[in-house]
Design a protein around this ligand. Sequence first.
Ligand code: HEM
Length: 254
Amino acid sequence: MTPQHIELVKNTVPVLRENGVALTSYFYKRMLGNNPDLKNVFNLDHQSTGRQPRALAAAVLAYAEHIENPSVLAKAVEHIATKHVSLDIQPDQYSIVGENLLHSISEVLNVPMESDLIAAWKEAYLQLADILINAEKAKYDGLAAQTGGWAGWREFEIAAIETTDAGKKITLKPTDAQAVPEGQTGQYISVKVQVPNHNIQQPQQFTFTDAQSSSEYQIEVKPEKDHTEYSVANILLDNYKVGDKVQVTAPLKG
Ligand code: HEM
């Protein structure tokens, strides 16, 4: 990036941050409206609470602020890349997010898409996307190289359900009956379910409370109090039974 582009980006961070809610709500509405397939990727329960919508744009703004020294954000990049890999985010999806984010910035700052300012933001976004895509590629390769490992989604079957004080303990076995990596306490997997009465799937992370075996995983599922019809925990508790199938990503350390 040229020094002039860096200045342009940095000078607009405060205004965008001040208008953070407008930026993120416009961004998600535009992106999910134009790409309804992404409703299977983003957790719609989180969208309604506003938790996730703020996180993505906030991370882009934080990156822009430190654009001359992005290593400051190494920990954040590691955290985001891990989360993305647990959701099977792919490089081609970055251009969709980028295009919608740039349109949203143009809208909130009231500058045309063809302006120098948006060109500068585009460079900043591409730089960050590149860092994340590379970090994610390394993680996908690492997951696939493990004994029993895999990258992306794998089909599992509910092998047992046990009622506990807090909810249910659900045992998940891969339907290919092959080995899985031994999950460690504190690692998490994503579980993707079918939302009843909607043509939509939804993912959610579950953290292991115990060490796992090389043949199955056990997750503790607790009901969520303030939730929408898209809450994966509540869908699992209310609608899923032994023999039903879900999609699962390999264990990762958060
Ligand atoms: C430079 C681009 C991006 C940045 C800076 C970014 C940043 C973030 C951040 C900060 C989080 C929250 C992590 C947490 O839960 O603590 C997140 C989560 C997530 N991101 Fe990204 N992201 C980017 C691109 C993408 C792309 C291309 C996709 C796929 C279309 C994507 C999909 C997701 C999803 C599905 C979540 C989990 C949200 C949820 O449902 O709770 N992100 N991202």
